[in-house]
Design a binder for this molecule. Structure first.
Ligand SMILES: Cc1cc2nc3c(=O)[nH]c(=O)nc-3n(C[C@H](O)[C@H](O)[C@H](O)COP(=O)(O)O)c2cc1C
Length: 265
């Protein structure tokens, strides 16, 4: 069978496999929501636990089914099982944490030493050249710049969709998770890529950590639904002024990020 007809067969099989529940039936919704509402971040794990390879496969299988712009599937995942490498990556983040404190960013940065405790450790990457799979002109014009910016958003949203799918799969298996993005900077890329043999063309976008929690996990505050949903027309009464937003960042942010605002986790 030729490669083309092989892939046609695979596509036909994939299309035939869609199976939807009756509209409005609750069974899948309830199971999904049980996973969603109980997916929580922890920043310290039970380091003695070992993730079976089968779980990595199950969790990353969920990523594979995520939607993506142009169905480009612009994601790559590097599973890190080596404790020494985890520790080296952790060292970078702890140094970054110190830098942020010195730079007075006033961001309540978490304790990144917990990274080394994560039994499940997946570095999420993308080949940014995939932006060319989305509507772009590539003629260097202002219009092109605008489309390129949007193309980058499409790519990042796509990788986030896959990352979220994996986080939910991990939560459905009973794990707590941790989504770490503090790595977009050039220095972070330079520090991490050689440790994992990641090619120049590939960008590290985030790290997904998971495992049994070291302590008791807790659920974080959520905005009430009326504050985020608009029926037919945007309800401007929910719109924050610049001053209100600044006040939220200065005074409320730390309260919603951690259970105990005086003690980051
Ligand atoms: C896009 C994204 C980026 C995040 N980046 C970081 C990060 O760099 N470091 C960190 O400790 N947590 C990070 N988080 C975790 C959030 O702080 C956490 O999801 C949020 O406080 C809500 O808590 P919950 O996950 O328990 O619901 C990130 C989460 C998302 C979705």
């Amino acid at each position: 069978m030729s490669v083309a007809s092989q892939s046609e067969t695979a596509l036909a099989e994939a299309e035939a496999a869609v199976e939807l529940p009756p509209i409005g039936s609750r069974e899948r919704y309830d199971a999904l929501m049980a996973t969603m509402t109980n997916r929580v971040t922890v920043r310290k794990f039970d380091a003695a636990y070992t993730v079976p390879d089968e779980h990595y496969a199950m969790i990353l299988e969920a990523a594979r089914h995520a939607p993506s712009g142009a169905n480009a599937q612009p994601w790559q995942f590097v599973v890190v099982r080596d404790r020494g490498v985890k520790e080296q990556i952790t060292e970078y983040f702890v140094a970054e944490q110190r830098f942020r404190a010195k730079a007075k960013m006033k961001f309540p940065t978490p304790d990144y030493r917990g990274l080394a405790t994560a039994p499940g450790f997946v570095v999420v990457c993308s080949d940014m050249r995939w932006v060319n799979a989305f509507p772009v002109l590539n003629d260097g014009s202002d219009l092109d710049r605008m489309y390129k910016e949007n193309a980058e958003r499409i790519l990042l949203q796509s990788v986030a969709a896959a990352t979220m799918s994996s986080h939910l799969a991990a939560a459905s298996l009973g794990y707590c998770v941790w989504w770490v993005t503090a790595i977009g900077q050039e220095n972070a890329q330079k520090a991490m890529k050689p440790l994992l043999g990641i090619p120049e063309e590939i960008s590290v976008l985030d790290i997904m950590l998971f495992g049994p929690p070291a302590g008791k996990p807790y659920k974080r505050w959520r905005k009430p639904i009326e504050e985020i949903v608009h029926m037919d027309k945007y309800d401007r009464s929910t719109l924050m002024s610049d001053a209100e937003l600044q006040d939220w960042i200065a005074n409320r942010r730390k309260l919603v990020m951690y259970k105990d605002a005086a003690r980051v986790d």
